[in-house]
Structures are given as structure tokens and as C-alpha cells.
Design a protein around this ligand. Sequence first.
Ligand code: PFF
Length: 459
Amino acid sequence: GKEVMNMNNQRSNFSGKLGFVLAAAGSAVGLGNIWRFPYLAAKYGGGIFLLIYLILVATFGYAMIVSESAIGRMTQKSPVGAFNILGKGKGHGFFCFGGWLNAIIPIIIVPYYSVIGGWVFKYLWEYLTGGVHRVADDSFFSDFISNSASAEFWFILFTLVTIGIIFAGVENGIERVSRIMMPLLVLLAVIVSIYSVTRPGAMEGVKYFLIPDFAHFSWMTIVTAMGQMFYSLSIAMGILITFGSYMKKEVSIEGSTSNVEIFDTAIAILAGLMIIPAVFAFSGADAAANLKAGPSLMFIMIPKVFDSMGLGQFGGIVFFLLVLLAAITSSIALAESAASTFQDELGWGRRKATIVVAVIMLALGSLSSLGFGVLGNIKIIGMDFLDFFDFLSNSVMMPIAAFAICILVVYKVGVDRIAEEVTVSGKFRRRKLYNFVIRYAAPLFIIIILISSILNAFG
Ligand code: PFF
């Protein structure tokens, strides 16, 4: 009735398809693509990892992203409200829990994400002010993150930028920023990857990354690729439900979500092409060992690569600017989703919701940031704060949140109602695939991921 209409009128909206695609792609393309994907791909099999990743994106990723956008748009709510409405009746408690889980994940991710964003800021600053050698020093990274004041400064700066954009609102803030940043990001990614693959000795890396070799396959290849896919597409984190609720009815869900997937995957592949061949070119026979560096790959190996190349300073500036843009568009999506939950569920105004999100970011983020410095001797289940928050959100909460979405779709909403929402505007070509994945494959696989990632952490 009237009340619903009023609410719809007040709700923030994207201006059209491009607005949704840019914001959702902005949320998807982030540190996950540029910092996480290449080191995981390198570590878990190269080409075979890439192949499995692509298959998963086209099946699982697709089904999850369509489900979330449709749920958001049909309810006009962020996750808590959406689960509450759709989960009425039997099992309501479980669904409410699922909704809150989806809503809380971004609140846990965004603080530590901003800590890493702060590191990126710092590196960009270093390159701008001339230090191509200094950042390449073996101990530069560890000295920096253990210097609490400095790491905290850059983290706070990153947080303030994120919050500033959220304050500006959906169309003026998020959409406008994405409109400018995303094309620039693609351009920079293309430049850096061309530069990287044309270095002498880089071809071995290109081959390793692009050509599947089953000798490198292991069970962990699938599990890791699956976890990475969820993280990278921002699935089961409340984001896509929230963004779906800002999506107008005339925008095609299948069309726009496919665009998001293609965009996200393309940037991940470009990032692989930027980083893996560059490391091969730089370290020759030691490449395989260096690529296993894991999380520090981007902050320790990459600066060495730039240091060894002509135009290294320019390369460093372009590269870290690119990473910074990607990180900002993701952090605003995370913070927006958190603020939106407070607005919808607690009835707060946008200003208050945003301020509270900022306070949470500063508090939890400081723990993560200082966890490498003055709080260094505090460990939670054997992990630094940052690793702990990452583990909690991505390995424990996220699979359960994803599972709740599948169950909600299958038992409460029904795949037909999803199909109805999808076909309000546009086609639903992969409907059969969707039904199969969401009913059987996804719930089963999600449980497997949950168990194996927990075992992995303690194993
Ligand atoms: N998808 C982002 C990335 O790949 O960096 C990270 C992210 C953003 C995760 C937003 C979750 C999220 F809600």
C-alpha cells in the first residue's frame, strides 16, 4: 500500500543499469583481485587454478549473484529485512540469524580491509615521493607495519576517505566515484599487464598462469578457488542484496550481473598477468618459490620487481594507484552495506549510521593495524587480529551466510519467484543451470568449504 510506496520513494537508487553495474563491479574488484587472486593462483596450480576458477564463476558465482540481487530487489531491503520478510513461518529464527550474518560480515571485513588499504596508500606515497629503492628493501614492509604510528596514520586516512564518500550518498558518492574510478582502473590494469608480460623472461610466467597443468591440481585448488570466488564477487556479504534493493525494475538482473562477473574476472586475470610474469622475469628459476610468498607478494616482491626494471618508479605509481582505486571502491561498498543495515533495521538517519560505521571501523581496524605493532603479542586462536578477522568473516561466517541464502531461496522464496523477479526485465537464459546449482551443488559445496577451511586453519 501507501506505506510501501513511500518507503520505495525514499530509498536510495542507482540511476540505471550502469549505476548498478559500476557499483557492484566496484565492490567486486578490489584487493581480492589484485592482491589475493595472483598469489592464490600462483600457489594452487597456476593454469589449473584459473580454469577451475572460471568454471566456478560461471556456475556457482552466477547462481549466488543472481539470487542476491533478486532478493534485494524484490524486498527493497538490505539483508536483515530481506531475510526477515522472506523467511516468515517455519524456521524464521534461522533465517533471521542468516540475515544478520550477511549484514554483519561487511562490518567485520571493512576495518581490516581499510588497514590493507592504508598500506597501499603508504606505498603509493613512497613511490610518489621518490623512493623506488627504499620500498624494495627486504625489511621495508615489516618495519612499516610494525611502526604502529605510521601504519595507524595511513589506515585512518584510508578510513576517512571511505567514510567521506559514503557521506555523499549513493548516487553522488558511490556511483559518481565508481564512474570515474572504474574506467581508470581498467586502463591502468591494461598498461601494467602489457608492461609486465613484455619483460624478458616473463613468458614462462604467462604460460604457468594460463596453461592448465593437471600435475598441479590438488583438492585445495578447488576449495581455495571457491573461497576466492565468493570473496572476489562479494558474495554472501550482504552487499549484493543491498545493491539489488537499489536497482530499478527496468534493469535486467541477468544482464547486469553477467557484466559484473565478466568485469571482476577480467581484472583478476589482468592482475595475474601483471604479477606472475613479472615475478618470473625478475626471479627466473626462483620464481615458483617467490610466488608462494602469499599475502606479502604484493608488498615485498612487487617493489623488488619495480626496483629492478626501467621506469620502476612510474610503474610503482601506476600500480599502487590502481590498487588504491580498487580498494576504495570495495571499501565504500562494504561501509555502505553496513550503514544501510543500521538505517533500515535501527531506523537511524544516514548521518548517524555513517558515523557509527566510522567508529567501528576505527576501533576494529586499529586492533588489526596495531596487531603488527604494539599489540603484537596478543593472539586470538594463534592468529594476528587481521588474520583472525579475515578468517572469521571469510572462512567461518561467509559459508554459513551463503548456505542461508541457498536455503532461503530453495525453501522460502522458491526458484520460480526468483525467476519471476529476474524476468521482470530481461531474459533468464541460464535458468536450468541456476536451478540445479542453487538446489544441489551450492549447498553441498558450501558445507565442504566450511569444513575444509576450518580444518585448514587448525590443521
Ligand atoms: N570483493 C572485494 C575484493 O575482491 O577485494 C572484497 C570485498 C568487497 C569483499 C566487498 C566483500 C565485500 F562485501
